[in-house]
Design a protein around this ligand. Structure first.
Ligand code: NAD
Ligand code: UDP
Length: 336
């Protein structure tokens, strides 16, 4: 079955393409390369012995979308393409709404025109508000705190509306918690441009000597060790979650929402220690003020994905740190 994977050269998309190929699906990648490099295709080929068709282009290009859907006889779409930096979304809201919301609308219009009914979308735990105690299930009230989160929620809502208007559509929103880790081969991983905002890519750049020291944003939270707690999920587990969702949703009409997380919370110090163990030395760190807008602690209730998709996250934070370290140490400057 042929699957259009938008954003397929990006971090999560590339890992999902590997797993799709290994499990007998045929991904066709569309990516503008605004935040990824074409050299990832060579890595996908090294790992799977297959090079998926790749089109450089933008999801907002309506005629290109229709052409790809028709020419490749696409049966379902996994939509990763989007911008994802929270701070940037606050500074450039129009760019984020245009790329993430308008881009998704153009994609869905193309699907409607070409009779493609199944869409799996990269949503995020950032759509949830902060009013509920963790773990968060899919019924936690939504109330995103920034344009990035609102762009994800808007697309979720558009997908729900579309399934009401056309009850034959199958639209699935996957709400990721904190994706980290890398392919166990060390060939593929996260390759952020500029200074990483997120904990794991920053930690791994400290480990490889590209950054001096990790700044721990606050140690006075109401958590067991005072540092922030999140639900880290290995990117390979996350990729498998997409395949489980696709297998379930294809032919199962309606709007489906699933949290994809491990169901466990880990603190900044837990991750620092696990990474130190993986790379064989204590990593330099300093205490810094809390980061504005950060929550103390949240993690997923992933039981809906388990009961409906038969999916659950299997990898530990040690796996996540070991795989990230293998990727980062073999590719200190990321992809060529
Ligand atoms: P990424 O930046 O590595 O991948 C996104 C890909 O989309 C990139 O390759 C980029 O070049 C491409 N892209 C962006 N805009 C495009 C457009 N208009 N047309 C075509 N291609 C375009 O990010 P990722 O971490 O792999 O995230 C994938 C998706 O998952 C994103 O939608 C992101 O918002 C969402 N998500 C990510 C996280 C996370 O922590 N990584 C968490 C929750 C949700
Ligand atoms: N964090 C940190 N130093 C960093 C980056 C992140 O202490 O350089 C903390 C952050 O305050 C949060 C956790 O690590 O408690 C995860 O942050 P990340 O940005 O990776 O994910 P998010 O907060 O978006 O869930």
């Amino acid at each position: 079955m042929k699957i259009l994977v938008t954003g397929g050269t990006g971090y999560i998309g590339s890992h999902t393409c590997v797993q799709l190929i290994e499990q007998g699906w045929q991904p066709v990648i569309l990516d503008s390369l605004v935040n990824s490099k074409a050299s990832v295709l060579g890595r996908i080929e090294q790992i799977t012995k297959h090079r998926p068709p790749f089109i450089v282009g933008d999801v907002r290009d309506a005629s290109l979308i229709e052409k790809i859907l028709a020419e490749h006889k696409i049966e379902a779409v996994i939509h990763f393409a989007g911008l994802k930096a929270v701070g940037e979304s606050v500074a450039q809201p129009l760019r984020y709404y245009d790329n993430n919301v308008h881009g998704s609308v153009v994609l869905m219009q193309g699907m409607q025109k070409c009779g493609v009914k199944t869409l799996v979308f990269s949503s995020s735990a950032t759509v949830y508000g902060n009013s509920s105690a963790p773990p968060w299930n899919e019924q936690v009230p939504t109330s995103p705190a920034n344009p990035y989160g609102r762009s994800k929620l808007m697309v979720d809502q558009i997908m729900a509306d579309l399934t009401l208007a056309d009850p034959t559509c199958s639209m699935t929103s996957l709400r990721y918690f904190n994706p980290v880790g890398a392919h166990p081969s060390g060939q593929m991983g996260e390759d952020p441009q500029g200074i990483p905002n997120n904990l794991m890519p920053f930690l791994s750049q400290v480990a490889v000597g590209r950054r001096e020291s990790l700044h721990i944003y606050g140690n006075d939270y109401d958590t067991p060790d005072g540092t922030g707690v999140r639900d880290y999920i290995h990117v390979s587990d996350l990729a498998n979650g997409h395949i489980a969702a696709l297998a379930y949703a294809h032919g199962c009409a309606g709007h489906h929402v699933f949290n994809l997380g491990s169901g466990h919370g880990h603190s900044v110090l837990d991750m620092l220690n696990a990474f130190g163990k993986a790379c064989g030395r204590q990593l330099p760190h300093t205490l810094a003020p809390r980061r504005p807008g950060d929550l103390a602690a949240y993690w997923a209730d992933p039981s809906h994905a388990l009961s409906t998709l038969g999916w659950h996250a299997e990898k530990t934070i040690d796996d996540m740190c070991q795989d990230t370290w293998r990727w980062q140490s073999q590719n200190p400057n990321g992809y060529p």
